[in-house]
Design a binder for this molecule. Structure first.
Ligand code: FES
Length: 102
């Protein structure tokens, strides 16, 4: 597990998606109020770019066919057979955002 600085909380607007790279991994950051979630950019359906999706609350919809993932767990909530997208632990320290990559 390695920890990577990926930006500042102030630079993320709530509800907007930001694609960053950490340790060679494409990671999508999503700010929901004062919390930040991090998940893989690759949809479990056909690899669509989740960083170009749409956020509603803590749910992220893929731009290609609309599969929807819960950002807290990575679980696909629609359809129910959609598996789980990778998520990464996030910590915020003094306004700096850190992501742990396995
Ligand atoms: S590639 Fe994401 S829903 Fe199809």
């Amino acid at each position: 597990m390695s920890r990577h600085h990926v930006g500042r909380l102030d630079d993320l607007t709530a509800g907007q998606l930001k694609l960053v790279e950490a340790d060679g991994t494409r990671v999508v950051l999503v700010r929901v109020r004062d919390e930040v979630f991090a998940c893989s950019d690759e949809c479990t359906h056909q690899g669509g770019p989740l960083s170009e999706g749409r956020v509603t609350g803590t749910r992220l919809a893929c731009p290609w066919h609309g599969w929807m993932f819960d950002l807290r767990s990575g679980e696909c909530v629609m359809p129910s057979r959609g598996g789980r997208v990778g998520t990464y632990p996030v910590t915020i320290e003094g306004g700096d955002i850190w992501v742990e990559i396995a």
